[in-house]
Ligand binder design. Structure first.
Ligand code: ATP
Ligand code: MG
Length: 138
C-alpha cells in the first residue's frame, strides 16, 4: 500500500551542510516528496513535537538540540513508507546503524542523529499536520 511518512533533517546535519546529500539519498531510494519546508523550531515548538518523550532523562537536551539550528521537514510517499524509511535512516544510535544508512553516514551520537522518521502511520499523520496545512501537501 502506498502510504506516507514524515521526516526532519535535524540541526546537526543542517549545520554541517548535509541537507542536499540526505535529500538525494531519500530521492534515490524512491520516496516522493509531497511537502517540504526549511524552518527553525523554537524551544516551545521542539518541546511540543517531542512531547511524548517529556518524562525521559534526555528530553531537555533533545529540545535544546532540536532548536539549535534550522531543520528541513518533509512528507514522503512510498509503498510501506514508515517501515521503509526507518530502514533507510538506521538505528537511533549511529553506532548500531547498518552500513549505508543515513544515520551511519551522517549522525554523530544517539542524541545528534541527523534525521527523524515517524514510527507509525498515525504518528506520520500527526507529525505531518504539525508542520503542514492540507494546502501544502501535494
Ligand atoms: P526519531 O523519533 O527522532 O526518529 P527514534 O525514533 O529513532 O528517533 P526515539 O526513541 O523516538 O528514537 O527518540 C527520539 C530522539 O530523542 C532520538 O532521535 C534522539 O535524537 C533523542 N534520543 C533518544 N535516545 C536518547 C538518549 N539516550 N540520549 C540522548 N538523546 C536521545
Ligand atoms: Mg521516534
Amino acid at each position: 500500500m502506498i502510504n506516507r511518512t514524515f521526516t526532519m533533517i535535524k540541526p546537526d546535519a543542517t549545520l554541517k551542510g548535509h541537507t542536499g546529500a540526505i535529500l538525494k539519498i531519500i530521492n534515490d531510494a524512491g520516496f516522493r516528496i509531497i511537502a517540504m519546508k526549511m524552518t527553525h523550531l523554537s524551544k516551545i515548538k521542539a518541546a511540543q513535537f517531542y512531547e511524548v518523550h517529556k518524562e525521559r532523562p534526555f528530553y531537555k537536551e533533545l529540545v535544546e538540540f532540536m532548536s539549535r539550528g534550522p531543520i528541513t521537514a518533509a512528507i514522503l510517499e512510498k509503498e510501506n513508507a514508515v517501515e521503509e524509511f526507518r530502514k533507510l535512516i538506521g538505528a537511533t544510535n549511529p553506532a548500531q546503524a547498518d552500513e549505508g544508512t543515513i544515520r551511519k553516514l551522517f549522525a554523530t551520537s544517539v542524541g545528534e542523529n541527523a534525521i527523524h522518521g515517524s514510527d507509525s502511520d498515525d504518528n506520520a499523520r500527526i507529525e505531518s499536520d504539525f508542520f503542514f496545512s492540507k494546502l501544502e501537501q501535494f
